[in-house]
Ligand binder design. Structure first.
Ligand SMILES: Cc1cc2nc3c(=O)[nH]c(=O)nc-3n(C[C@H](O)[C@H](O)[C@H](O)COP(=O)(O)OP(=O)(O)OC[C@H]3O[C@@H](n4cnc5c(N)ncnc54)[C@H](O)[C@@H]3O)c2cc1C
Length: 374
């Protein structure tokens, strides 16, 4: 397996547990859990090293599966945006609209208000069209425009409608960041969860090692799972798929909590996009706290695929090669880098479970035909 992130850990665990296969998991980083990795800061405060991870899902069977490896605590994902010196609930809801327009509103009057603000666009072609047609120019400029520019170094006009379209606008007073049925955090953190998943006598883990270094030394008997960047697997032969990266600055404070909620967005001020005090959701009791400031940048560790038509077209060329490679060599491509797609953790785990089902089925067919040839 290339990659000890969520996708690699899930397929490794299933292959060892269900099929009894020997599994070698290789990751070039010095730790497990991929971008979900969390660790103790030198202050002793538990931090999320690669940005805040708020676990959420609507899928009860996924929770049942993951509960084999962790207990849970409730999530408390509250996000505010600092606009014009005031904190506003985000995503936009009735509280945000009341505060922003200095009005008293209910769902009906808020809908009427938004109708007067919206800029009609029957088929939005990009994120700007999409947001303007949903909330109008004032809210677009206050909450979305500059945040999106900082995050992507692109104008919302240059991004697919879905980039800003993923953020809901609610005509109720629900201040939670997301609406999923389950909003819970692994009690001892994500690293503990994924370490538990790989604690199996048939699984070996090799960290600090690039897949390339061992690829020619190991001959997998059954299948290979590749969760690294798809363009890297094929030596970037059609060109590089672009990614947005992030810089994280961690800052210790000797108070129990420093900010009012886990995440503050800064759409219009500073170079960083958000400050995160993950202690609000990890449940840790500690006299100190740590804030992380997240600044988007171009080079560095690949974090977010850049979703637009040109990049999707380039990815499709790699995908065709990947399908051929799967058929020929039984190398399976799964996860956010291998599928060049932003997945939340629950989504990538479901992808990995589906990928495992495919591997299992195809290997059974191969085995059957080998037996019948004897
Ligand atoms: C800033 C940020 C915030 C996020 N917030 C949330 C959130 O709030 N909630 C949520 O549900 N999800 C969140 N996510 C998404 C979550 O991180 C991903 O869904 C998940 O990590 C994807 O798992 P993966 O296994 O596909 O990839 P990864 O976690 O990236 O793991 C892939 C692993 O493969 C390794 N690898 C790559 N190439 C090689 C190679 N050649 N050799 C060896 N190893 C290699 C990498 O080192 C990495 O460890 C967030 C992501 C980011 C970037």
């Amino acid at each position: 397996m290339c990659g000890a992130g969520p996708a690699g850990c899930v397929v490794a665990e299933r292959a060892a547990q269900v099929l009894g296969w020997k599994v070698l998991v290789v990751d070039r980083r010095p730790h497990l859990a991929g971008n979900c990795y969390d660790s103790k800061h030198r202050s002793g405060v538990l931090i999320h090293n690669y940005g805040p991870h708020y676990f959420r899902t609507n899928d009860a069977s996924l929770i049942r599966y993951l509960s084999r490896f962790t207990d849970w605590i409730p999530g408390n994902y509250i996000v505010k945006s600092l606009v014009g010196g005031q904190f506003y609930p985000f995503p936009i809801n009735l509280h945000t609209l009341e505060q922003f327009f200095d009005l008293s509103l209910n769902a009906e009057s808020a809908e009427q208000l938004l109708r007067t603000k919206r800029i009609a666009c029957p088929a939005p072609r990009n994120s700007e069209d999409f947001v303007l047609s949903k909330v109008g120019r004032e809210l677009y400029e206050a909450f979305y425009l500059n945040y999106t520019r900082k995050q992507w170094a692109l104008h919302p006009r240059e991004l697919d409608p879905g980039v800003c379209g993923r953020i809901p606008v609610r005509l109720n007073r629900d201040d939670r960041y997301v609406e999923h049925r389950f909003q819970i955090m692994p009690k001892r953190g994500f690293t503990a969860l994924f370490s538990r998943m790989l604690r199996h006598r048939k699984v070996r883990v090799l960290l600090d090692c690039d897949f390339r270094e061992i690829q020619s030394l190991v001959t997998p008997r059954r299948a290979t799972l590749y969760t690294g960047a798809i363009d890297a697997y094929f030596d970037h032969r059609f060109g590089r798929l672009p990614y947005r990266s992030l810089d994280f600055q961690f800052e210790r404070h000797d108070v129990e909590f420093k900010q009012p909620c886990v995440q503050i967005n800064f759409p219009n001020d500073f170079a960083f996009t958000r400050s995160v005090e993950i202690k609000h959701v990890t449940g840790q009791k500690h006299p100190a706290t740590v804030l992380s400031y997240e600044t988007p940048r171009a080079g560095g560790e690949p974090f977010y695929p850049v979703p637009n038509a040109a990049n999707q077209a380039l990815y499709e060329r790699y995908r065709a090669l990947a399908e051929e490679t799967t058929r020929r060599d039984r190398v399976y491509f799964c996860g956010r880098l291998a599928q060049y797609r932003y997945f939340n953790t629950d989504e990538v785990i479901l992808e990995a479970l589906q990928c495992f089902a495919k591997i299992k089925k195809e290997c059974a067919v191969l085995r059957q035909s080998a037996l019948s040839r004897r």
